[in-house]
Design a protein around this ligand. Structure first.
Ligand code: ZN
Length: 312
């Protein structure tokens, strides 16, 4: 469907210790590290990408791990909850696994008729495991401990917390092509008809809520999926025509990006499906090498010395 956003592409958050982040996401949560690179704007810092086997858009959670960073505070003007889709019957496995690994977990709850298990990652990032009403047919990455009947399949949703939802809701419906599908209390659910998965954005209205502060354990931005650069640039024109500022196209090696701050204060990105994570590593070796963008390759030795060691 042309000119409709095809759901979430990736979500990027901030972590502290790199090893702790790597261990949690690859071992406890059982995701695949699909790319180990550096922050293109700060090459002394890692940029980790976790996802399914291919790093398919809609499964990719990325982190900038900054050792010793002060913890942030989730609040208004921020993406505050990441939702992962899991299979029916798997939440008891996860609750027990989290308990055994010292993960902070909240009691299961219901949202729009779906069961939700909220937990925090080691930096305090809020994540929900959600059993979707419609079965999710995406094939998950599996490990010896997290098998196909429990493994996360990719994103279910992202929740944005806002002082007032109206300006963001109008951007989502008028520019992105999302539709308002339900309301529960202060939570409004928007879904794009252009995707079957990773298609949900929940807006939570919190007029009295304190403003979020970026730091460890908070989300940095949410990237939305466009098939290619041509469609991406059409969206750029529409966003400009609403009087918003948006960057030029930036090459992130694995996708092309545009960034803009939506009217509620959340940093959004539009990211292309092309070229994907196999552009510089074969599929079976994804995430096993430190990959650097061309401009830093000549400084590889110095960069490798600066980055903390990572044991897999
Ligand atoms: Zn991004």
């Amino acid at each position: 469907m042309k000119n409709t956003i095809a759901g979430i592409h990736h979500i990027t958050a901030i972590a502290g210790n790199a090893q702790r982040n790597y261990d949690f996401y690859t071992k406890v949560l059982g995701l695949r590290m699909v790319k180990r690179t550096v922050n293109f704007d700060d090459p002394g810092t890692y940029h980790f990408y976790y996802g399914n086997e291919n790093g398919t858009p809609g499964t990719i959670l990325t982190f900038f791990p900054w050792e010793g960073i002060v913890g942030g505070r989730p609040g208004t003007g921020m993406a505050t909850d990441i939702g992962y889709s899991v299979a029916q019957g798997s939440l008891d496995f996860w609750a027990e696994r989290f308990e055994r690994n010292g993960v902070k977990v909240q009691p299961q709850t219901q949202r729009f008729g779906e069961t939700v298990l909220p937990f925090q990652d080691p930096d305090g990032l809020n994540i929900d495991l959600i059993v979707p009403r419609e079965p999710d047919s995406r094939v998950p990455w599996t490990t010896s401990e997290v098998k196909a009947d429990a493994a996360t399949k990719g994103f279910h949703s992202i929740t944005l917390t806002l002082k007032s939802i109206a300006p963001t809701a109008s951007l989502l419906t008028e520019v992105f092509g999302y539709e308002l599908k339900g309301q529960e209390g202060d939570r409004y659910r928007f879904i794009t008809p252009a995707a079957d998965t990773a298609s949900i954005i929940d807006l939570v209205e919190a007029p009295q809520g304190a403003r979020g502060l970026n730091g460890g354990g908070t989300n940095h931005h949410v990237a939305f999926r466009v098939p290619n650069e041509e469609v991406q640039m059409e969206f750029r024109e529409k966003i400009l025509s609403r009087g918003l500022h948006i960057t030029p196209k930036i090459n992130r090696d694995y996708f092309y990006s545009l960034y803009f701050r939506e009217p509620g204060g959340v940093l959004f990105e539009l990211a292309t499906d092309n070229p994907g994570f196999t552009v510089d590593e074969p599929l079976n070796e994804l995430g096993t090498h430190l990959k650097l963008p061309a401009q830093y390759e000549s400084s590889r030795a110095a960069i490798e010395k600066t980055l903390p060691a990572l044991n897999s």
